[in-house]
Design a protein around this ligand. Structure first.
Ligand code: PFF
Length: 450
């Protein structure tokens, strides 16, 4: 007992997660969010379906998992926030710029993410008032269009969402994050499975399943590949220090490899299920697959309308989706707060409210102007996160020292049998692949296709 306590003080006197489920639940809480249920289906719909899905899965497992592992290693080794981590591990070197980029990306993502979370909040209210009942697709679409066409309503609920996020973050890691993720995500999972069952039993559903699972590689454009890469990073919360920050809270006795795999598998499972819930319905109701950010907000109420117990499931679903969005937004804010409080020596509560205050203005602009929203959405996912990921794997693979990396991976006392493959990926495969996707898409950006 005394020994454990001493060890704990020696290795980490920062706030930490209690036990295995706490870590996985919190990291999965960051990963699972609007990215899986709102962004994944809309990006997949815009990029042709099954072929996109295959490339996405490839990116998740060949690049996402190793990048996540690299972040965990960097964070847990340094026991620090994302900028401090690089300053500690590579003193006097400019690697901390990765951290600065990460903080910038966190602000950018939080700005548009809060807007979508606000829409979800509004949808929960509408579902509670039974406002979707009996409405056809055109009427449901009008509700979405009115809400998102720069209305002040969407600004107010976005601010409400941000305030809730800030309140939770100011409570601190253990109480704030862990408590909320553990019980609620399995409930969300169950409702998504029920949605899938309803969706695939609709008349005309098979076209949606074909769209999702029968690849047509002719549809796989360079742009689609870039979007798949960006979506993989976005969905797993990679490339900006969230996972490094969480890694710094993981106890030495936990296996980083297993954590990375469990988080990635759970996240991917939810995204694919969201696709199975959405696309059969999209085809059955004659909705445009390339509808864009409104895709799920138009499709879901229509499915609930056709479902036994639709009222109950709609209300529960939107509330759980808000909670999924909250645990992700918390992680975004946490990156900034960990930095403000540790490096700038602010107290946690001040750090939280300053960071939240700084997000409000860009978030209002995102809520009011669709073009800014799109720019933030696409630039953060397709440029900043993969660029951050590229630098992170180069840092872990080439500059941290292989012995240190191995020691951190094996700190739980078990051998990391995957070590050679992991190093090959982070040294060669991932950097080259990310660079190639970038180079390819540079032409696209010029052509205004981005
Ligand atoms: N992964 C989250 C989602 O899928 O909703 C969004 C996100 C959180 C992206 C944290 C990036 C991040 F650092």
């Amino acid at each position: 007992m005394v020994f454990t306590l001493k060890k704990q003080i020696m290795e980490n006197n920062r706030d930490g997660f209690s036990g295995k489920f706490g870590v996985i639940a919190a990291a999965a809480g960051s990963a699972i969010g609007l990215g899986n249920i709102w962004r994944f289906p809309y990006i997949l719909g815009e990029n042709g379906g099954a072929a996109f899905l295959l490339v996405y899965l490839l990116f998740i497992f060949v690049m996402g998992v190793p990048v996540m592992l690299s972040e965990f290693v960097i964070g847990r080794k340094a026991q620090s926030n994302i900028i401090g981590a690089f300053k500690k591990t590579a003193p006097g070197k400019p690697w901390y710029i990765i951290g600065i980029m990460g903080i910038g990306a966190a602000f950018m993502i939080l700005s548009f993410y809060s807007v979508v979370a606000g829409w979800t909040l509004e949808y929960a209210f509408l579902a509670l008032k039974n406002n979707f009942a009996g409405k056809d697709i055109v009427e449901i679409k009008t509700i979405y269009d009115n809400l998102t066409a720069g209305s002040w309503n969407s600004v107010i609920i976005m601010i409400l969402f941000l305030a809730i996020t800030a309140l939770i973050v100011s409570f601190g890691i253990q109480k704030g994050i862990e408590r909320y993720s553990k019980i609620l995500m399995p409930m969300l999972f169950i409702i998504i499975v029920l949605l899938c069952i309803r969706s695939i039993t609709l008349a005309g559903a098979s076209d949606g399943l074909n769209f999702l699972f029968k690849p047509d590689f002719g549809k796989l454009t360079t742009n689609a590949i870039l979007q798949a890469l960006g979506q993989a990073f976005f969905s797993l919360s990679l490339g900006m220090g969230v996972m490094a920050t969480y890694g710094s809270y993981i106890k030495k006795s936990e296996s980083l490899g297993k954590t990375a795999i469990s988080v990635s598998l759970t996240d991917t499972c939810i995204a694919v299920l969201a696709g199975v819930a959405i696309f059969p319905a999209v085809f059955a109701f004659g909705i445009e697959q390339g509808e864009g950010p409104g895709l799920v907000f138009v499709t879901l109420p229509a499915i609930f309308n056709q479902m036994f117990g639709g009222y109950f499931f709609a209300v529960s679903f939107f509330i759980l989706l808000i909670i999924a969005a909250l645990t992700s937004a918390i992680s975004l804010l946490e990156v900034v707060v960990a930095y403000f409080s540790e490096e700038l020596k602010l107290n946690r509560i001040a750090a939280t409210w300053i960071a939240t205050g700084a997000t409000i203005m860009p978030a209002i602009i995102c809520a009011k102007y669709g073009a800014v929203f799109n720019f933030f959405d696409k630039t953060s996912s397709n440029v900043l996160l993969p660029l951050g990921g590229l630098l992170i794997v180069i840092f872990a693979g080439w500059f941290m020292g292989l012995n240190k990396v191995r020691k951190e991976l094996e700190a739980d006392g078990r051998p990391a049998r995957y070590f050679k493959v992991f190093i090959f990926i982070i040294r060669f495969l991932a950097p080259i692949a990310i660079a190639l996707v970038f180079l390819n898409s540079l032409g696209l950006m010029n052509a205004g296709n981005f």
